[in-house]
Design a binder for this molecule. Structure first.
Ligand code: ADP
Length: 373
């Protein structure tokens, strides 16, 4: 994650242009030194430096009511910078990818085309069993739409950050506007918007929920206002709330209705499981044939994407396990390839994490309230 801190000293990186400070009363002003002094220097500044500048400007221009400490915390802990996920990293989920492209990526890249009737939804809920790629999808959306990605789990708002959560929520929405286009990704949204949290049982949780809904509404109003006037797409109109949940039925009705789009992210079908296995085995030495793959497809019924990853990781250990200590002296090329038998052995301990009954609940909810993927 990006760490906010003092800017690098100009002298630290020899590839960067040298800068000299001019004395002024307050802040030093940097000037480019004549490039003939430093022949290797290029006048372009790196992406990190651009980012650094944007962050500083955003922090400087925060509204009065926004807490500086909370804002810095958001930059340090909530904004994910680098470590990108791309569409092709995600196996399957073609319908969901398409829906997200239409709802977010294209409108962010071409806001002028998405006005009036085509105005995009400002929130989307991704729901389905755990480990099916909801988080990966959100990250890919941020990468592909060149957006700043804010990622927070709602349960950390009600536990880790409890007490400072309201400040944090306010800072979150402010910074998202300042650093737009932005995706605010809220994982485990059920723990924030559940019926239970509205019951008065947890006063603090209820307050965070209220603050979240206020901020979100304000964002939606600001975005709509700009659209109506036909002004150029302002910052608020380029902020989208993406939320994910494994417990969609726990979200209360009013909150549910705010997510106009609700996208079901189901378990992967057989061919998608095979595709994911192929991707995972891509760089590894293995002997798996087409036929073996078809067997694995049948043996991994009801596995989620993360179950498949866990299975492949465990199977990949197979060739090393039988070696014991002697692996320490083995040459890489003498290690045997991964085989179907390794997968079969791993299948004894790695089982699907969602039960048949559990799955039915998702299917039912999707039929009543969702869009199919
Ligand atoms: P969720 O947010 O739905 O609980 P994640 O997106 O966090 O699930 O996925 C957890 C892990 O499982 C990922 O890091 C990845 O290794 C694997 N995974 C899940 N779904 C997929 C998928 N569709 N394609 C590739 N890997 C996946």
């Amino acid at each position: 994650a990006f760490k906010y801190g003092p800017a690098r000293e100009p002298s630290e990186d020899p590839k960067k242009p040298k800068r000299t400070a001019k004395a002024t009363e307050k802040e030093p002003v940097y000037e480019l030194v004549d490039s003939t002094d430093t022949p290797e220097a290029t006048p372009e500044i790196s992406e990190d430096e651009v980012w650094d500048k944007r962050v500083k400007a955003a922090l400087k221009n925060l509204d009065k009511g926004v807490d500086q400490g909370a804002a810095k915390q958001i930059i340090n802990e909530i904004v994910i910078h680098g470590d990108e996920v791309h569409w092709e990293d995600i196996a399957g989920l073609e319908v969901a990818k398409l829906a997200l492209k239409e709802a977010v990526v294209y409108p962010f890249l071409r806001p002028d085309l998405f006005r009036g009737l085509r105005e995009p939804a400002r929130g989307m809920l991704l729901f389905g069993p755990p480990g099916t790629g909801k988080t990966m999808l959100a990250r890919a959306v941020a990468t592909e739409s060149k957006s700043t990605f804010f990622s927070i789990s709602a349960s950390s708002l009600t536990s880790k950050y409890l007490g400072e959560s309201e400040k944090l929520v306010r800072a979150l929405f402010q910074l998202a506007k300042a650093l737009a286009p932005s995706i605010i990704f809220i994982d485990e949204i059920d723990s924030l918007l559940s019926t239970r949290s509205g019951s008065g049982e947890h006063e603090a949780t209820r307050r965070i929920k209220t603050e979240f809904l206020i901020q979100w509404s304000a964002l939606q109003r600001a975005a709509a206002g700009k659209e109506a006037k036909g002004a150029d797409s302002g910052d608020a109109s380029r902020v989208l709330v993406l939320a994910a949940t494994n417990l969609p039925w726990a979200i209360d009705e009013a909150a549910r209705r705010r997510f106009v789009r609700r996208q079901y992210i189901p378990l992967p079908e057989g061919p998608v499981r095979v595709q994911q296995l192929r991707n995972l085995l891509g760089q590894q030495k293995h002997t798996l044939t087409e036929r073996d793959m078809r067997q694995l497809e049948a043996l991994t019924e009801d596995f989620s994407g993360s179950d498949i990853t866990a299975l492949a990781k465990d199977a990949a250990m197979g060739p090393l396990r039988s070696l014991g200590e002697s692996l320490l002296h083995m040459k890489m090329e003498d290690i045997r390839p991964i085989m179907l038998e390794d997968f079969k052995a791993s299948l004894k301990s790695i089982r699907p994490s969602v039960s048949k009954e559990g799955l039915q609940e998702y299917e039912d909810w999707a039929r009543n309230f969702g869009e199919r993927a």
